[in-house]
Ligand binder design. Sequence first.
Ligand SMILES: [Zn+2]
Length: 330
Amino acid sequence: MEARGVLGRRISVAIACIMCVLVVGCVTTGPSSSPTTPTSLAGTPPAVAPAVQRAISQNYCGRRDPRGKKPVTLALPQLPTFDPPPKPEVVPVRTDAEWLGAGPRPNFAPKAIVIRGIPTRLPVVFITIDDGANRDPRTEALLRKANVPVTVFLIGGVASCEPAFFNRLRQHRIAMEDHTEDHYQLNNLPERKQRQEICSVPGKYQTMFGHRPNLFRPPYGYRAFNADTLKAMQSCKLRYLVLWWENVHGQKIQFLRPGPPKFHPGDIILLHFQDDFVTGFTNLLHRIKAAGLTPAVLQDYLPDSAAVLGGPANLAPNPHPGDEIASTDR
Ligand SMILES: [Zn+2]
């Protein structure tokens, strides 16, 4: 039974994430770009035959860092450099009014706060990356070279595929936060199942990474959660449900805020670990720099959310400033 349960979970994760990455990129567009269509439903994983599921599952956990023990040299793009972000200011962070207006109103006072950005005037933005299914060997080298703070919303089932990879990532100013165990669309699930999906992750990351998440992002985004999600978060002390204002797809950036397409101070930006990650992340850093903004630590602006960036690289300057990195990490 146990083995069957583990296999079933892996299959579920595989389907959800592969479909997420390959088909819809895991996100919805939010109300400002699509005010009437519940686009999150487009992200619902379709039914897949068991034999196909198994193949996806094996391929999924098999998408590991292919370097093995051999050192490789990775050509990386030019990246901008950033001064340290300004000292964070204390600002009141409240649930995004747009969500309360667009979504079903909870019939209780949720402790979890829904945010798309931080109401600050400081010239900062917050980079977030979702999922973890695609473990391109350049990812680690790129994040190390970039040396900017990033929050990763990592799927629990994916973390289990290769914990060492994600533990290494943490050393490059990365905080690992909760993105459910299996990447189901939560508003299709009863509260009990949502609680299971959301609340199995904090303890797991506490063991795996030495940090218990305080932040949560629902799979498929803006319209794919409900009041039961907030209730479930409350039961395992997750304080913030984190959405976004910009969505990066390779060279393209989707701006969801009404008005001119540009970054605003305090915006939360979404990327995915997918095939165009290197292009997207590089492009994003250049665009942030051109806008006169600096990536900052999201958790620094969220009360009761500990600073959780991993590793000594948190405070050290980038030790690998060159364009080529000979990496022997393993
Ligand atoms: Zn996702």
